[in-house]
Design a protein around this ligand. Structure first.
Ligand code: GTR
Length: 475
């Protein structure tokens, strides 16, 4: 063999070897880094699940929250490939061909998966139902309305758990009226400036801007959210408005369960102090509370309770959707900017993700839902299947163009992908195959709009909700 020594070749060889070495080292360090990252994630996940002290829990929660927030994506081109589960194929792989199979087999199966993995089962428990009329004013709002305030108590010895319902009924209605029901964020007094509304005395999340001081509402909060509620418009259109403060049912903070209705189940006496992995979180507690408010409406002859629409904004939109899915007495379901864990598809991982939401609000969902932090592809359901549980009842989903955190496109696609279940009932699907123009609602038995502006509820939104409800409620 003759070896030909060439200085050029040896330099070339040396260069190739060095490049390979550098490449190898880079890859190894990236792998090392991602291994280290995966190790930290699983360490903090374990700590969050099993923390012995509130400090450890908070350390884990905030580390994971930062981690998932750094990964938040707003670029359509970076959405991972995903395949949505088909609402019309059972877990055993059978195609649902008719309504009977949907009702007896597939719907219960989907409902159970949402209970188990996402919102949580409400355990069996005994509770009392005590209604206390706080006040009735037949001449409210300058004589336009009757204002009723009624408390629901679940245990005589727990007056602290009273859910204070505010009802406005249009005066001079010739027959029982349909109702718009929804929970509010900061107490009934924030819904309208009417000073006959009782001031909430419950704990509230901090919000200096609207007049929450030391976690309590002050007079400044009266009417601050009147735009979100459009009381006069609702009454003029012949509907009653029924609302209560979500925090009356379950305070919106992870360590305050003992101040909400779930404490009727979890307490020292019952020897279970917190929910099992598949039991209700705060969203399911709010939904349960909405059902109890509907129980009350069944006793009010001025309201046609069979024509009750449940509506909610944002986190309360998530609760409204789950209430509508779990309780088929709600005749129409409306979700406003409900986003992640609401109407938006989780698989798209656009804006808020499961990892972010579970580490921002660890009390909202089941503990099981944490299994899907950063692992959306392993979740056996997606939110279009939640929407499909509303069928055959009318469903309206609304987004706002600047509310990218809630992923408007994901909310639209979810409503579109729930359509086959409506078609199974011979009902009109969402009449749009791609995102409609801004401020241009589409209304089949599923309706949708994307409004200009940001995360809010506006007069425009309410006009569309009332138009949509009129389509089905007017005889
Ligand atoms: C955000 C949360 C959203 C949405 C919103 C709201 O902080 O990330 O999921 O629920 O709050 O309720 O206004």
């Amino acid at each position: 063999m003759i070896l030909i020594f060439s200085p050029h070749k040896s330099i070339l060889c040396l260069m190739i070897v060095s490049f390979c070495l550098i490449g190898f080292l880079c890859l190894e360090s990236a792998r090392g880094q991602s291994n280290a990252e995966a190790d930290s994630v699983s360490y903090f996940e374990g700590l969050m699940e099993q923390a012995d002290t509130p400090e450890d829990f908070e350390k884990a929660r905030s580390w994971l929250n930062r981690y998932y927030r750094e990964k938040v994506n707003y670029d359509e081109t970076l959405i991972p490939d995903y395949q949505l589960p088909d609402p019309l194929i059972t877990e055993a792989g059978r195609t649902v061909e008719d309504r009977a199979a949907w009702i007896s087999e597939r719907r219960p199966e989907i409902l159970e998966m949402f209970e188990h993995y996402v919102y949580g089962k409400v355990p069996e428990f005994d509770y009392e139902v005590i209604y206390k009329t706080r006040s009735i004013d037949p001449e409210a709002l300058g004589g336009k309305a009757t204002r009723k305030q009624v408390a629901v108590l679940f245990d005589e010895n727990r007056p602290d758990l009273a859910v204070e319902i505010l009802i406005y009924l249009p005066n001079h209605a010739p027959k029982p009226v349909p109702a718009m029901m929804g929970l509010n964020f900061y107490g009934n007094q924030a819904v309208h400036s009417d000073d006959g509304i009782r001031m909430s005395e419950k704990w509230m999340r901090p919000n200096e801007n609207i007049g929450i001081r030391n976690n309590r509402a002050t007079d400044e909060t009266r009417g601050v959210y009147s735009e979100r509620w459009q009381v006069e418009k609702i009454l003029e259109r012949g509907y009653a408005l029924v609302t209560a403060y979500a925090g009356d049912i379950d305070p919106d903070e992870y360590n305050r369960m003992h101040q909400g209705v779930r404490s009727l189940v979890y307490n020292e006496q019952n020897k279970q102090t917190e929910p099992a992995s598949d039991e209700w979180g705060t969203l399911a507690a709010w939904a349960w509370g909405l059902s109890r408010m509907l129980d009350y409406l069944e006793t009010d002859e001025k309201i046609d309770h069979q024509r009750t629409a449940v509506m909610g904004h944002s986190r309360l939109g998530k609760a409204a959707l789950w209430a509508g899915a779990a309780d088929e007495r709600f005749a129409i379901v409306i979700s406003n900017n409900s986003g992640c864990g609401g109407a938006a598809l989780s698989s798209r991982r656009f804006g808020e993700t499961i990892g972010v939401i579970n580490t921002s609000f660890p009390h909202w969902f089941t503990k099981n839902f944490n299994l899907f932090n950063g692992r959306e592809e392993t979740l056996p359901v997606d939110q279009h299947m939640l929407l499909s549980l509303i069928a055959p009842r009318p469903l309206y989903v609304a987004s706002a163009v600047e509310d990218r955190w809630a992923d408007p496109e994901g909310e639209f696609l979810s409503a579109r992908e729930a359509s086959p279940v409506y078609e199974l009932f011979g009902l009109q699907r969402l009449p749009a195959s791609s995102m409609p123009e801004i401020d241009n609602p589409v209304m089949g038995t599923i309706g949708y709009h994307i409004r200009s502006g940001g995360h809010a509820v506006t007069a425009y939104d309410w006009e569309k909700y009332l138009d949509f409800a009129d389509k089905f409620f007017n005889d």
